[in-house]
Design a protein around this ligand. Structure first.
Ligand SMILES: C[S@@+](CC[C@H](N)C(=O)[O-])C[C@H]1O[C@@H](n2cnc3c(N)ncnc32)[C@H](O)[C@@H]1O
Length: 180
């Protein structure tokens, strides 16, 4: 988020066909819940447009990039790495330490699609479990980011939006952002 070291989400793995919506939703969740950037691997490059389109309409800043060297991103990352995995340390036990590291340096958050290479477990500064039960990278990412930002991401402001949702107790209201 603004005025903080960046949080970058790396979506490691993508099975064409099967993972299209999951990868899109990893990106939308990263954007909505305070991450600054999403890195997709080349097989997922088709998802970039969808996430970018949402950013164009509903605001940013949020960047999406595609790499053909996803593991290279992990190897060369200049900052801390949190890898979300059901085998990791409970998020509630490590969140304070991750927050304190993130005050000083950028954070790479790695989420998988299928089996993640063991190298990632070794290179990660934190292997983090959001429960030690199998579930979803989208759910794990959402809980992790909310814990990292302690809810501040819910109040963030969006820049350069075309549209803005006006919260309603019932019904839907979307206005042009320049109508305000
Ligand atoms: C379908 S799961 C793959 C399951 C795999 N056995 C694992 O967690 O390493 C896809 C991704 O969801 C995330 N994930 C699933 N369950 C999780 C949990 N309990 N805590 C944190 N991340 C989780 C991980 O990033 C994982 O790579």
């Amino acid at each position: 988020m603004q005025d903080e070291p960046p949080v970058v989400v790396l979506r490691l793995g993508h099975r064409p066909g099967r993972d299209e919506r999951m990868t899109t939703h990893v990106g939308l969740t990263a954007r909505a819940l305070g991450a600054d950037r999403l890195v997709l691997e080349a097989a997922a490059s088709g998802r970039k447009e969808t996430v970018t389109d949402i950013t164009d309409r509903f605001g940013g800043p949020f960047e999406v990039e595609v790499t053909d060297q996803p593991l290279g991103r992990v190897r060369s990352w200049d900052g801390a790495i949190a890898h979300l995995t059901m085998y990791g340390q409970p998020v509630q036990d490590v969140e304070d330490e991750i927050r304190s590291v993130h005050r000083e340096e950028p954070l790479l958050v790695v989420v998988g699609a299928e089996k993640v290479p063991f190298e990632v477990y070794e290179r990660a500064d934190f292997n983090v479990g959001v429960t030690n039960q199998p579930h979803s990278e989208i759910a794990a990412l959402a809980v992790f980011l909310d814990r990292l930002f302690e809810g501040r991401e819910l109040e963030r402001e969006w820049r350069d939006a075309e549209k803005r949702v006006v919260p309603q107790a019932a019904g839907k209201r979307v206005i042009d952002a320049d109508e305000e």
